[in-house]
Design a protein around this ligand. Sequence first.
Ligand code: AMP
Length: 300
Amino acid sequence: MPLVVVGSVALDSIETPTSKRENVLGGSAVYFSYAASYFTPVRLVGAVGEDWPAEYTRLFQQRGIDTQGLQIIPGGKTFRWRGRYLADMNKRETVEVHLNVFEQFDPVLPDDCRRAKFLFLANGPVTMQLKAMEQCTGAELIVADTMDLWINTQRKELENLLARIDGLVMNDSEARLLTGDENLVRAGHKIRDMGPRFVVIKKGEHGAMFFSKHETYVLPAYPTPDVVDPTGAGDSFAGGMMGYLAMRGAFDPKTLKEAMAYGILVASFTVEDFSLDRLLKIRREDLEQRMDEYKRMLSF
Ligand code: AMP
C-alpha cells in the first residue's frame, strides 16, 4: 500500500571525528523515503529551492519514489543543516540550521497522497505536520517524528498533534525533553498518555524501545562495527518500519514488532557510510540476510 511522507529535504554538511562531507543529500523525508522504498511505493512531499540538484530528483524517481509533491520554490534555497559528531558518535551537535524554503513550507498533497492509508510526518515544523495531516483524510495509520527544535519552539502545536496521531517515534534525549523525565520507560508511557496509541523511543546504538497500552519492549541495534556517519539513522529506522507496515497493510502488535526489526536493520546500513551512499548499494536481499543474522543473535 502506498505510503506518504512529509518532511525535510536537505543539503547536509557533516563532520565526524575522522572525515567530513559538504552539501550531501539529506533530510528527514529523504532518508525515510529511501529506506521505505525497499518495501513499498513511497510518495514524497517536501520543498526545495532553485539550488536543488535535479539529479537527486531523478535518483528518487529511479527508485520508484513519487516526487509529484516535491515543490521547487522559485528564488528559494534548500534547507541546510550542518552537524558535528563527537568522539562518542552517539553525541552530535547541530552547528547550523538554515530552514530556508522549509520555514514557510505549505504542504499541498497531490490527490493520490490525500487518499493514502499510511502517513508519516517526518521531522519538520509541527505546523507543517498538522497541515499535511488535515489533507490526508483517509489515513488509517498516522505516525510522526519530532525533535528538540520543534519541542522548544512549537510545544502547543505538538500537544495538539499528539492528541491526533496513532504513533510517535523520537530520540531518547527528545523523549526526556518532552516529558522532563530522565527514566525512559516512564517517559515512553507519559508520551502515550498525551495521545498516541504507541510510542517508539530510538536509542542510537542501543536500539529502540516500544510502548503501547499492553506492551513494553526493547529491541537491540544490529551491532555493525562500521559506523561512518550516524546521520539519518532515525529517519531510516522510521522508513524501514513504516515501509514494512505499508507493505503488509497491517499494524497489529506482531507486525509492528517485525516492522521495528526491519527499521533497525535499514538504519544499521545507513550508518555505514555518508548520506544515502550505503543504501544505494544494498538490495532487499541484503536486508533479509541481516535479518537472519539478527534473529539468530536474539535467540537463546
Ligand atoms: P537523524 O539523524 O535521523 O536525526 O536525521 C538527520 C536529518 O534530519 C539530516 O539529514 C537533517 O537534514 C535533518 N534535520 C536536521 N534538523 C532538522 C530539523 N530541525 N527539522 C527537520 N529536519 C532536520
